[in-house]
Design a protein around this ligand. Structure first.
Ligand SMILES: [Zn+2]
Length: 418
């Protein structure tokens, strides 16, 4: 059987197959047909591809990225001021020459070639589903969250209009037809950017619109201490930034506000992705844990590059909440590789089990993005998988001695292992 570009039937035996992140099968055979997993059994035949020292895992799901920064060779440096970093980012947006559609294409290419079959993408601008098709018959699935920014009341109507227009173009993933997304490989959501850029009243309207349309919502929340300072006391570097950009007005923020005010508004949407959450307190973590529609999205290398204190992801897991992993954009991370992200996290948190890491890098992201076809290799699931060659000596799948040697998306080899 030819391995390159195979789109038909395929049979692969591996030393380990992770049917789910917590269910390891030894020396089994995975059968694939028409882009789906059709069977798992123990009877190889002459055409079965044998991968003796390898582990088959579900494709990664990158729960948070900004593909518009995919042409950056390195992240913008962080020199102690978050608003200074934002200024650099805005200046880059003003001077870049590449079209947004080309930048998205570059990002999707990188995702596909680093083992991700799906992405939670934040779109700042206006694109169509066709711009995410990736010129491929087997593209990466994109859940495209339109970023909305609007502090001053006079901007709200236009922003709400943009949000509606986006959801008309990118149909949200319907619960009652979980595989409908496969036809277009795109679905839509909304991203009220962050508390310091979206006034509470507009935030409420956007969340209500998303709720009515069954669309997921992604919001950057509790990312910095400066954000908490703005919400609670209306002081600090965000106040300065807003004043400089002539966006500051009395009464824009309620007194003694906190991230919990925003979490409470998200309780009824189909899915809420809480991006970063670096400074969520125990009360807020409890609130997320008690709302199964909410997932905290942790971006480990971005978190490290801004020098934040320890991230609360382990506390949330202990409370029974959901955590998924994203790379964030190349504006704060050197690449969009989930494999690199998970290996970084293993090195940083050696106590984290392979099962936990793989769950956060696959199944939890698929759940948060309402993409049930990803995140497992059960019969009926998408034949989207990665092949990891595991060195004999390694204790963990994510050890640096191990290599990602193959990727299949929807039954098509992106990179074949032989
Ligand atoms: Zn982000």
């Amino acid at each position: 059987m030819s391995l390159s570009g195979s789109t038909g039937r395929c049979s692969i035996q591996a030393r380990w197959i992770l049917r789910t992140p917590s269910e390891v099968l030894e020396n089994h055979v995975l059968e694939i047909d028409e882009g789906l997993v059709t069977d798992i059994h123990q009877k190889p035949y002459s055409e079965t591809i044998r991968l003796d020292d390898c582990c088959l895992v579900p494709s990664f799901v990158n729960a948070h990225a900004h593909l518009e920064f995919s042409d950056l060779a390195r992240p913008f440096p962080f020199e102690g001021s978050f608003t200074g970093w934002i200024r650099e980012l805005l200046e880059y947006r003003d001077r870049r020459r590449n079209s947004l559609a080309d930048l998205v294409m570059g990002g999707l290419f990188e995702l596909r070639h680093t083992g991700s079959a799906a992405v939670g993408e934040i779109l700042t601008g206006n694109l169509n589903p066709a711009d995410y098709r990736d010129h491929s018959d087997f593209p990466v699935s994109s859940v495209v969250f339109r970023e909305i920014i609007g502090l001053l009341p006079e901007s709200h109507e236009e922003q709400l209009h943009l949000a509606k227009q986006h959801l008309d173009r990118f149909r949200p993933h319907e619960d009652d037809d979980p595989f409908a997304e496969q036809a277009t490989c795109t679905s839509g959501g909304l991203s009220p950017h962050a508390p310091y850029t979206v006034q509470m009243q507009l935030f409420e309207q956007l969340v209500s619109l998303a709720g009515n349309r069954k669309a997921p919502v992604a919001v950057h929340l509790a990312e910095t201490e400066a954000e908490l300072q703005l919400l609670s006391r209306q002081t600090g570097e965000f106040r300065d930034l807003l004043e400089r950009r002539e966006l500051w007005r009395k009464g824009l923020f309620a007194k003694n506000g906190s991230p919990l005010d925003y979490l409470q508004l998200l309780r009824n949407v189909s899915r809420a992705l809480i991006i970063h959450g670096n400074y969520l307190n125990n009360n807020e973590l409890n609130y997320i844990a008690n709302h199964p529609n909410m997932t905290l999205i942790y971006c480990p290398r971005t978190h490290r590059s801004f020098g934040h204190y320890d991230h609360p992801w382990e506390r949330l897991l202990q409370l029974g909440g959901q955590v998924a992993i994203g790379t964030d954009g190349r504006s704060s991370n050197p690449d969009l590789s989930m494999w690199n992200e998970l290996r970084f996290l293993k090195e940083k948190s050696p106590r984290a089990t392979d099962q936990q890491l793989l769950h956060m890098g696959t199944t939890a992201g698929a759940r948060a993005l309402q993409l049930p076809e990803f995140g497992s290799l059960k019969p009926g699931a998408s034949a989207s998988l990665n092949i990891i060659r595991r060195a004999e000596s390694t204790q963990s799948l994510f050890a640096h001695e191990n290599d990602l040697i193959g990727t299949m998306i929807r039954g098509q080899w992106i990179r074949s292992p032989v």
